[in-house]
Design a protein around this ligand. Structure first.
Ligand code: HEC
Length: 174
């Protein structure tokens, strides 16, 4: 290996390392004031049938939903994830619509769009330029690796890689 080539290889390895290290929850700015500055656009039992969720969007995401297409840089969605409320027997309680009811907060999922962020991920799980993080109520990172988040959101390219996009578009149009 020539010296020049080995320097190039080392450089490429460093760039790769930097991209990997930066991807995931560390590069998301947890929006501590989302309850006062974001707009709630969805609440209800989760599709997994085991949890309850409340979702909030910042103004950039609302504008992105109005404009259609890829979500703009700076868009953020917060999803509060709750355990179901339990009755005296420890069984999940259901409302008149047979939906789970809101219990204790379990975690806060955040997704954010950053310029070129998708490049850090392989194409099969890349979800546009969204990155993902799971936090506790104080904004502490609960899970270092966001790969599983991307795997489940990547198939939804037709709806900006979101599952509740329809609800967001509806709210944005109000
Ligand atoms: C098993 C599939 C799956 C995985 C894994 C997953 N999600 Fe989701 N996510 C969903 C579904 C389904 C919804 C719609 C809400 C619901 O569950 O009803 C959703 C909704 C969201 C939303 C609200 C915006 C939207 O897309 O509707 C955020 C924010 C979110 N997820 C963040 C995360 C984060 C952060 C992770 C990883 C820690 C993650 N998700 C992992 C399936 C998944």
């Amino acid at each position: 290996m020539t010296k020049r080539f080995s320097v190039l290889v080392a450089g490429a390895a460093l760039v790769g390392l930097a991209a990997t290290a930066l991807a995931g929850p560390e590069r998301i700015s947890f929006p501590a004031d989302y309850k006062s500055t974001f707009t709630q656009y969805h609440a209800g039992e989760r599709l997994n049938g085991e949890q309850y969720a409340i979702a909030f969007a910042n103004d950039i995401a609302l504008q992105g939903a109005r404009d259609g297409g890829a979500m703009p840089v700076g868009a953020q969605i917060v999803m509060e994830i709750y355990k179901p409320a339990l009755d005296a027997n420890g069984e999940p309680m259901r409302d008149d619509n047979d939906s789970l009811m809101q219990g204790d907060l379990a975690a806060i999922g955040v997704m954010e769009v950053g310029a070129g962020w998708g490049e850090a991920y392989p194409e099969d799980i890349r979800s546009g330029d969204w990155d993902f993080g799971l936090f506790d109520a104080g904004g502490g990172i609960k899970k270092d690796d966001s790969t599983a988040c991307l795997e489940c959101h990547a198939p939804y390219g037709d709806s900006a890689y979101m599952h509740t996009y329809e609800q967001l578009v509806a709210k944005a149009g109000e």
